[in-house]
Ligand binder design. Structure first.
Ligand code: ADP
Ligand code: MG
Ligand code: ZN
Length: 614
């Protein structure tokens, strides 16, 4: 027997060696690239900052290669910083001709270019060949049961792993209560068997990404003190024919051997989407899913295995999964409310040295809509900010910066805006701020900035005083108007055709809200209290209403947008002086907070044209 397998084994290891060969080639290639690249450990600094320091004689030398600049600070003998200029000479970009700094310009290195272009040809080929070999190995593994390809990659979280308990998961008390029951089933199965009670087989955790579903499932296992086998739906997707189903079989047999135990299938939607919306792996997913169902149907009351699954898209799941005896227990995990956000923040800041001025309660207030994962991320980013600045305690500035980074993306300080764009940004944001400030049903302005971040040129933040569950028509209309404030400010300043793409996402936002008011909330003027749910089927959108109604809906939506535009314009025209004032302050300070906004806008008035009610 053993002899018979020898040849196959020899072939595989030859393939392995070949694959390894290509991996090494690629690694060497990468090493060469990184040697030719300018050294990566220089600190990135904004160009404006370098130019300023160079002009005041604080820089020894600038080495310019193409648009890359290496900066040697006075007193150093080699570059410690780097920056990037735009096309054109460094003098065009603000460096004085008579500045006391050595400027050394060199051509981009030609050898680097050649090696790079050779690599761009050969690296993909190497990767493709490597991948091909990997596929061959996979295929062989399937025919060769001696290989472990059919075996589940499921990981066992045993007693040694750091335990997550219910107390580590903040909020979601209702979900925890439901899951306590599952813990009890796992701990004392006899109690239920003796009474003839059916033990649940499947529990489906549904909720937005990052709300702690995976955490919850692990907490159930640790609370019950049972082994926990986990696998992710996305892992099945990368498998080849038949492997998914055999992994499922293996997973269940392991779990049964270790019963009582938990099987956790994360991201189950990856294999169990509705049949008509099935994309990608088609039949393979179906086989995997069917195997899961067959295994679960084979459970009896003494099996002692509970299958938990998590999904972000409960609406997309194949209904077969939800039938009795399968995932018939559903637990919804919701986004945290303000109090829960505070608890989550406390958990994640627990072992971090916080300055006493940091107000976590306020942070909890302004993170409405954030998931637990977002909050954990803020805590982590704040600590990173502190470490980067070589400080010992986390300050509120660190926390604020982390919050903004997580909420809208990192500041793009190095992007230099020309004066015209800065002015446009300042007026645009001032427009949002004034309209929001003046309208009675808008939340107060929290902060305005014209520092570009992520995809935006600037941001105006409004802050709800507390989490609101309901939104009135008045509030919606003020939200629409303040969103139009940016573009209307541009219009007032540059004329009707002078408006820019800067308002693109505002307009999209407005269109979406206006439509959902009419279609989903029954807030249309002539269609009040009627909703028009749309649905998707195999052929596309189904509209459960007539073409005439569709026309009415479009009119209603257009009416809302129009009204918002006019109200925003009326407010800004009435308060033209404040528009100039606020824009000027923004150009000067770039970021201003609530107090200062209120100071500048003290005296701004609500024109009767923009009023909706008294
Ligand atoms: P999901 O599986 O729902 O996408 P995870 O369980 O992977 O979410 O959560 C990601 C991370 O977010 C967790 O590791 C944890 O740090 C944090 N987190 C999420 N929800 C909570 C919560 N309710 N309490 C504490 N931390 C949380
Ligand atoms: Mg998860
Ligand atoms: Zn805007």
């Amino acid at each position: 027997m053993a002899n018979k397998k020898q040849p196959a084994k020899g072939k595989i290891s030859k393939l392995t060696r070949l694959t390894a060969f290509w991996v090494i080639i690629s690694l060497v290639g990468l090493a060469v690239i990184s040697m030719l690249m300018p050294s990566g450990n220089l600190k990135d600094v904004p160009l404006s900052d370098v130019v300023k320091r160079a002009n005041s004689g604080k820089v020894e030398q600038l080495e310019i290669t193409g648009n890359d600049i290496k900066v040697t600070v006075k007193g150093e003998d080699k570059p410690t910083e780097k920056t990037v200029k735009e096309d054109g000479t460094i003098y065009d970009q603000g460096l004085n001709k008579d500045a006391k700094v050595k400027v050394q310009i060199s051509q981009p290195s030609a050898t680097g270019d050649i090696v790079l272009s050779l690599l761009t040809i050969f690296l993909p080929i190497a990767i493709i060949i490597g991948f091909f070999m990997f596929m061959m190995r996979q295929a062989q593994g399937q025919n060769n049961q001696a290989m472990s390809f059919g075996k589940s990659k499921a990981r066992l979280y045993g007693a040694d792993k750091k335990k997550v308990l219910f107390k580590d998961v903040a909020g979601n008390d209702a979900a925890k209560q439901d899951l306590e029951e599952i813990v009890d089933f796992l701990k004392f199965p006899k109690k239920y068997e003796q009474l003839g009670a059916k033990i649940p087989r499947g529990v489906l955790l549904a909720g937005a990404p990052g709300t702690g579903k995976t955490m919850m499932a692990r907490a159930v296992a640790s609370e019950a003190g049972v082994p926990f086998f986990s696998i992710s739906g996305s892992e099945f997707v990368e498998m080849f024919a038949g492997v998914g189903a055999s992994r499922v079989r293996d997973l269940f047999s392991k779990a049964k051997k270790n019963a009582p135990s938990i099987i956790f299938i994360d991201e189950i939607d990856a294999v169990a989407h509705k049949r008509d919306t099935r994309g990608g792996n088609g039949r393979e997913d179906e086989q995997t899913l069917n195997q899961i169902l067959v295994e679960m149907d084979g459970f009896d009351n003494e099996t002692g295995v509970i299958v938990m699954a998590a999904t972000n898209r409960a609406d997309m799941l194949d209904p077969a999964l939800l039938r009795p005896g399968r995932f018939d227990r559903r637990v919804t995990i919701v986004l945290p409310e303000r109090k829960d956000r505070l608890d989550i923040l406390k958990i994640h800041f627990k072992n971090k040295p916080l300055d006493s001025a940091v107000d976590l309660d306020k942070l909890a207030a302004k993170t409405a809509g954030s998931s637990g994962a977002d909050l954990a991320n803020i805590a982590n980013e704040a600590a990173i900010n502190t470490a980067r600045a070589n400080r010992k305690t986390i300050t509120s500035e660190d926390v604020d910066a982390a919050f903004e980074k997580v909420a809208i993306g990192p500041e793009r300080k190095s992007k230099i805006m020309n004066d015209k764009d800065r002015e446009l940004s300042a007026y645009h944001e001032a427009g949002h701020a004034i309209v929001g400030h003046v309208l009675p049903d808008s939340d107060p302005v929290h902060k305005v900035t014209i520092i570009p971040r992520g995809q935006t040129g600037g941001v105006t933040w409004f802050l709800p005083p507390e989490d609101k569950s309901y939104t009135s028509i008045y509030e919606f209309k003020d939200i629409l108007a303040r969103a139009m404030g940016g573009r209307m400010a541009e219009k007032i300043l540059y004329g009707d055709d002078g408006v820019t793409t800067g308002a693109g996402s505002d307009l999209k936002h407005v269109a979406e809200i206006a439509r959902s008011m009419v279609v989903e909330e029954g807030m249309g003027q002539g269609l009040r209290n009627q909703v028009f749910a749309e649905d998707r089927d195999y052929f596309g959108m189904i509209k459960p209403y007539s073409d005439q109604t569709a026309e009415k809906i479009d009119k209603e939506v257009a009416g809302l947008v129009d009204e918002a535009t006019q109200r925003a314009e009326a407010v800004l025209k009435e308060n033209r002086k404040y528009l100039d004032d606020l824009a000027k302050v923004l150009l000067d300070k770039e970021t201003i907070e609530e107090d200062e906004v209120n100071k500048v806008l003290k005296g701004a008035t609500l024109p009767s044209k923009a009023k909706l009610h008294n």
